[in-house]
Design a protein around this ligand. Sequence first.
Ligand SMILES: [Zn+2]
Ligand SMILES: [Zn+2]
Length: 352
Amino acid sequence: MPISSAFVPSAARAAAADRWIHPTPAGLFVAPGGFFIDPVRAVERAVITHGHSDHARGGHSHVLATPATLAVMEQRLGRAAGAVRQPLDYGESLTVGDVRLTLVPAGHVLGSAQVVVEHGGARVVVSGDYKRRPDPTCAPFDPVPCDVFVTEATFALPIFRHPPAEAEIGRLLHSLALFPERSHLVSVYALGKCQRVIALLRAAGYGRPIYLHSALEPLCALYARFGVDLGDLRPAAEAGAAALRGAVVLTSGGGGHWMERLSDPVTAVASGWVRVRQWARQRGAELPLVISDHADWDELTATLAELSPAEVWITHGRDDALSHHAARLGIRARALALVGRSGEGDGEEEGA
Ligand SMILES: [Zn+2]
Ligand SMILES: [Zn+2]
């Protein structure tokens, strides 16, 4: 049975929800279902929203996720992807213990899902990471009315307003036209951003081969298996200097001998964080591209206004501004401050 959109949020049900779904040191626990959502430690039963490393960790006994997320986990984690792996398609519901569980698209990366949990008439939506912009590489965010909406807040400050990704790709194409001899080396996250940048280039009519650092190849092949056409992709390591002249080369940070064959590269970084000038400078981004797979301030606030839940729970990120904004919309806000949700490395989220 599909998720009903005729649902009236209830403050009483929302207020009672933390008796059955609550944060623990291992992660968000759904007691009547006996499972954790995106746990940070190995657990018996895990439901995983998407394949980024700050959400999909290894070592769980039983993992439930969309088929694409399971495929990403198998590729990245191998045997540690979970002893038993159960796929659940978007829109299909399953009863787990005393909970009805449904996965719906989150629009973040291939396979990314919001987890809809229903128990005793109450409905909580755990969105995972999400965005509201069109993305040719994944299914769009599906708004589901609920008592409690659990949201991220990675870019929850009014300074974070992402321009249209198509315009940022236009800036990359403009640079390629201005400097036809120079290689354009673009830093991207391996899961999501890489494939979205390629798909956006293709949508803008860029038909030339795109060169990849070897670390990016397996996930691009996985996207292709799931029906996302990325065009002519080639390994950078096997390309000669002539081929790399004026070419787009994608890397997730790794290099290799092939980098010596790049001609006077223009260095670009595709991330929502390039808005923070110091962040972009530290990464030597000559051409910062504001392309993010996370909701910006306007998307976060529009989503709260659209769903109008009785409560919003904020998992991680900048909760103050969003809490304040929620209060103005008449939505009770609560900061969960879940641990382990900031990605590895320098404190930002994978895929931002
Ligand atoms: Zn993510
Ligand atoms: Zn995340």
